[in-house]
Design a binder for this molecule. Structure first.
Ligand SMILES: C[S@@+](CC[C@H](N)C(=O)[O-])C[C@H]1O[C@@H](n2cnc3c(N)ncnc32)[C@H](O)[C@@H]1O
Length: 319
């Protein structure tokens, strides 16, 4: 999988999500709306104020657009696949453990921080656990991996057992947006290969900061555009030059403490995807065109990443 997602800010759905979001946000809104339609006079005004307050205050630190986004959209977007193909993802990505993360670079970046052995790391959008398990195995850290796609979470758990680090790793199925203020802050948060799945860079950082204690570290595995006039390809409308990208990531006042540029990490991956896609297409002929389109888009994106994009792993100290 390609390592970076860079799309302009998400557009809000015109109506409430038709797939349940984690948490009771929509349930509460619906309940209040029912009260509102029945109420009249002063009661109606009070109810309207209550709805407005709920919308504004339910989680003020988490951007509204991020809370509104459908989980299935985040999933499909982060994995660059259309919704109809989501059930085939485990087959399509069978050849990959890391789904875009530059695992070696992240492990080295965390090692460089010289944190004590009892340190805790949270791997946000952990996929099949490649980063989490490598950090546990190599650095002996306690790691919590969270991901929205349950089959990946199951795979990560199994892999942790196989690698003998299940006592150090915990994997949770969930949405990192709605869990943001519900999980005890860690020493390090890793956000690898999710790009702008959660929204703009500064909005994303606002979410990530919930997961890290002040003075802890946030590791972003992403990147930036090589030149200002690079062609814009679908899914990369929000790609930016390094200074713009870093301005976004540091928008909440966090400090860049290290930058690792990664080269050649994606060689041969497009071919692997194409090969696997062909065999999955043969098993699912009714979806063959869509599966081949997925493989083609992946190949185009790898080409774009190679020509126009610099993969970077950034370490920020949370203020
Ligand atoms: C490109 S993959 C990267 C996975 C992993 N970091 C790696 O590089 O191996 C993106 C992952 O983010 C997950 N994801 C997307 N939105 C999410 C959300 N809101 N909460 C939790 N996981 C999410 C997807 O399920 C997917 O596994």
């Amino acid at each position: 999988m390609s390592c970076a997602r860079n799309r302009a800010a998400w557009t809000l759905p015109a109506k409430a999500p038709d797939m349940p979001l984690s948490g009771s946000y929509w349930g509460a809104i619906r309940g209040l709306k029912r009260v509102l339609t029945r109420a009249s006079g002063k009661a109606a005004i009070r109810s309207r104020i209550a709805v407005a307050l709920l919308v504004l205050c339910s989680s003020p630190a988490i951007p509204y657009s991020a809370r509104m986004r459908r989980e299935i959209d985040m999933l499909a977007y982060s994995l660059e696949i259309e919704e109809a193909l989501l059930p085939l993802l485990p087959e399509l990505l069978e050849d990959f453990w890391a789904l875009g993360a530059n695992v070696e670079t992240i492990v080295a970046a965390v090692a460089d921080l010289n944190l004590p052995p009892t340190s805790r790391v949270v791997d946000l959008g952990c996929g099949k656990g490649a980063v989490s398990i490598s950090l546990a195995r190599r650095l002996n850290f306690q790691v919590l991996g969270i991901d929205l796609f349950e089959p990946f979470v199951d795979e990560a758990r199994e892999r942790a057992i196989q690698e003998g680090v299940d006592h150090l790793c915990e994997f949770q199925h969930g949405n990192i947006v709605s869990l943001a203020n519900k999980i005890e802050p860690s020493d390090v948060a890793v956000f690898a290969a999710l790009g702008d799945t959660l929204g703009k860079r500064s909005e994303t950082m606002r979410i990530l900061r919930h997961y890290v204690r002040p003075g802890g570290y946030i590791i972003i595995d992403d990147g930036y555009q090589r030149r200002a006039d690079a062609p814009v390809i679908p899914g990369f409308e929000g790609a930016a030059m390094r200074d713009v990208a870093l301005a976004g990531w540091t928008g909440e006042g966090d400090v860049l403490v290290a930058e690792h540029i990664v080269t050649g990490a994606e060689e041969g991956q497009a071919e692997l995807i194409a090969h696997r896609a062909e065999s999955v297409a043969n098993v699912h002929p009714q979806l063959a065109d869509r599966i081949r389109k997925f493989a083609r888009e992946q190949a185009e994106e790898y080409e774009y990443l190679e020509q126009e994009f610099v993969s970077a792993t950034w370490v920020f100290r949370r203020t």
